[in-house]
Design a protein around this ligand. Structure first.
Ligand code: ADP
Length: 218
């Protein structure tokens, strides 16, 4: 569950990225955050994982008050949230296996569990075992985004945040990745997708949090 109460965020230079934002996303929902470039979508996602802090207002994520979290508690918050980026952000000098396993090693999974968990998430995202030995750049854009989603799922987060996840993909792959995010949602994960792509939003009947110049609009 994610809840914003009258959240404001201003960047240096008096750039009002978000103003008076309030909403609630229930556990298990699939929600779009929409708006043109500069509307504040990325800022909203970054506030959820405490990469940014609000100037005013409160943010609750899984009952944690994110705005008041101690630094020592931030890793616990981030373990509950997987992040997916437009440009995948995979490590290109590592294999697909290592990209996913790194997350698990960092979380202290034991050596026996790691290969099992890597294969589990690979299956969820519909990739075959042969990709594990490849470096990401050997794969297509759609496959790379599947790997990135697998990595985000590795530590069984309750929430997936995806920032323009299909922004680098052609229309066909866009549908595949959106269908995958729907599947992840149906398996019980809350999914929040930020996008400026109005035709994409129109294809899926999901609740929308519409932003325009930092404000929520109708
Ligand atoms: P969107 O994701 O909808 O494109 P952003 O949240 O990235 O919007 O940006 C909202 C506004 O805040 C824009 O005007 C952007 O230029 C500005 N902004 C974003 N990040 C920073 C930053 N780190 N420093 C200064 N301004 C920023």
């Amino acid at each position: 569950m994610i809840q914003f109460f009258q959240v404001y965020k201003t960047y240096p230079g008096n750039i009002k990225a978000l103003a008076n934002i309030s909403f609630k996303i229930e556990k298990g929902e699939f929600v779009f955050v929409t708006g043109p470039s500069g509307a504040g979508k990325t800022t909203l996602l970054r506030l959820i994982i405490r990469v940014e802090r609000p100037d005013q207002g409160e943010i609750l994520v899984n009952k944690r008050n994110v705005s008041r979290l101690k630094n020592s508690q931030i890793p616990l918050l981030r373990r509950e949230v997987g992040f997916v980026f437009q440009d995948f952000k995979l490590l290109n000098n590592k294999t697909v296996y290592d990209n996913i396993a790194l997350v698990l090693r960092a979380l202290g999974y034991n050596k026996k569990e790691i290969p099992k968990r890597v294969r589990q998430v690979l299956k969820v995202v519909g990739l075959e075992e042969w990709v594990l030995k490849q470096p990401p750049l050997k794969l297509s854009g759609g496959e790379q985004q599947r790997v990135a989603i697998a990595r985000a799922l590795a530590n069984t987060p309750s929430i997936i945040l995806a920032d323009e996840p299909t922004g680098n993909l052609d229309p066909e792959l866009t549908v595949e990745i959106m269908d995958l995010l729907e599947k992840v949602n149906q398996l019980g994960t809350t999914v929040v997708v930020a996008t400026h792509n109005t035709s994409l939003v129109a294809q899926y009947t999901k609740r929308i949090i519409p932003l325009y110049r930092g404000e929520m609009v109708e």
